[in-house]
Design a protein around this ligand. Structure first.
Ligand code: ADP
Ligand code: MG
Length: 399
């Protein structure tokens, strides 16, 4: 898929509506992690350098279609202003606009000077946003000449600020969006072989489309996380108190059958770290996958599996990783996730991509980010992309 890219001619002197992903974590009314704001800067600066007037819109949290005091964009505007001023790019102020449609926005856009960026209110304060209501999309687009979408993280959602506005304005992809699509296309297109995938995380239901799509395309799929236990149940094993999605067991059985008939190897862990209680573990042990006790729950891939997975990753030419191998938030149940991160980092020849909320958090927290070729900013969006689904936010920007 090729996306429309803007040039200076498309944007010079124009009023631009930028959709960014500024859905940052907040703590005590302030921004707790600025990663996403920082990621949005290159697009804003480029547009400013091209002589455009930039207004930014994003969602923040889940206000469910009505204004929520604690989810206003004001603290984000402060952080964005500080970061932009720090770039010495000629932008001197970010004005928070307490609305995203109507006269407040129109007046702010009319009064906007070249060194000023506007940040509109949380798009999800309006029910028309997630419903992609045509009237709301028309109002959103009204004060603007051009739409630039740089929010890969919401590209899998057909919302007014990601898809609806593109029906009213000439629309282009921003640099972050382009970089994501280029990187993930190396996974979905014609990946260099051996193509090895590591899948983990919590809910097998989230990952089934991905598992299906990789069957026949990947050379090996290494499975960890809680997904293992629904697959193990499908194989007739008992898994004690481990997390299982009972309703997915039939689908898991079908998937295992598909893999058995394909050239793709599906590798389940040989052994598992088990405990009696995640919060206050009294007993921790290493067990073969087939020998989990009735009172035990699996919380990580086992010691033998860590080495086995590392070996499977050592000769890979392309690697895609989604989902932690265990409850990595709690030591020592991070050992499997650390082992996989180390193995990916150690294979310097491979093109490696990590996607997914917690997987990316784990890689950053463990300090391996510098050794990964691409870290996707889109959790659900990167999963859907690699799962072969069509992303409405991208379709709206396609050439
Ligand atoms: P991502 O956001 O990277 O796609 P998920 O949201 O699917 O990943 O899953 C991440 C969560 O899965 C983590 O919070 C982790 O604690 C949990 N998890 C991993 N393994 C297990 C397990 N064996 N039992 C319960 N939870 C697990
Ligand atoms: Mg997650």
């Amino acid at each position: 898929m090729r996306l429309k890219e803007y040039t200076q001619d498309n944007v010079r002197g124009k009023k631009i509506l930028v959709r960014a992903d500024l859905n940052v974590p907040l703590k005590d009314g302030a921004v707790a992690d600025e990663t996403r704001i920082t990621a949005s800067l290159p697009n804003i600066i480029k547009l400013h350098e091209y002589g455009a007037f930039v207004s930014v819109i994003s969602h923040l949290g889940r206000p469910k279609g009505e204004p929520k005091q604690e989810l206003r964009m004001e603290p984000v505007a402060k952080a964005l202003e500080r970061l932009l001023i720090g770039q010495n790019c000629g932008i001197n102020a970010v004005t928070y606009v307490p609305g995203c449609i109507g006269t407040a926005v129109e007046e702010a856009v009319t009064a906007q000077s070249a060194d000023n960026v506007l940040l509109l209110e949380n798009s999800r304060f309006n029910p028309g946003e997630t419903e992609n209501e045509p009237e709301f999309a028309r109002h959103l687009s009204q004060p603007f000449d051009v739409f630039v979408n740089d929010a890969f993280g919401t590209a899998h959602r057909a919302h007014a600020s990601t898809v609806g506005v593109s029906e009213h304005l000439p629309s282009f992809a921003g640099p972050l969006m382009l970089r994501e699509v280029e990187a993930l296309s190396r996974i979905t297109g014609d990946p260099a072989k051996p193509f090895v995938v590591v899948l983990g995380g919590k809910k097998v239901s989230d990952k089934l489309p991905l598992l299906q799509n990789l069957c026949g395309r990947a050379d090996r799929v290494l499975v960890g996380g809680a997904m293992v236990f629904s697959l193990a149940r499908a194989l007739g094993l008992s898994v004690g108190k481990s997390l299982v999605e009972e309703r997915q067991i039939d689908s898991c059985r079908d998937i295992i059958a598909d893999y058995n008939e394909s050239a793709t190897k599906l590798l389940l862990p040989e052994d598992i770290t088990v405990t009696d209680d995640i919060e206050s573990p009294q007993n921790i042990a290493n067990r073969p996958l087939s020998e989990i006790g009735d009172d035990e729950m699996g919380v990580d891939i086992g010691e033998v599996t860590r080495d086995a997975f590392a070996l499977q990753l050592s000769d890979a030419a392309t690697i895609f990783w989604n989902g932690p191998m265990g409850v990595f938030e709690r030591k020592p149940f991070d050992a499997g996730t650390v082992a996989v991160a180390e193995a990916i980092a150690a294979n310097a020849e491979a093109y490696s991509v990590v996607g997914g909320g917690e997987s990316v958090e784990a890689v950053n927290k463990l300090g391996f980010a510098g050794s990964i070729s691409h870290i996707s900013t889109g959790g659900g969006a990167s999963l859907e992309f690699v799962g072969g689904l069509e992303l409405p936010g991208l379709k709206a920007l396609a050439i």
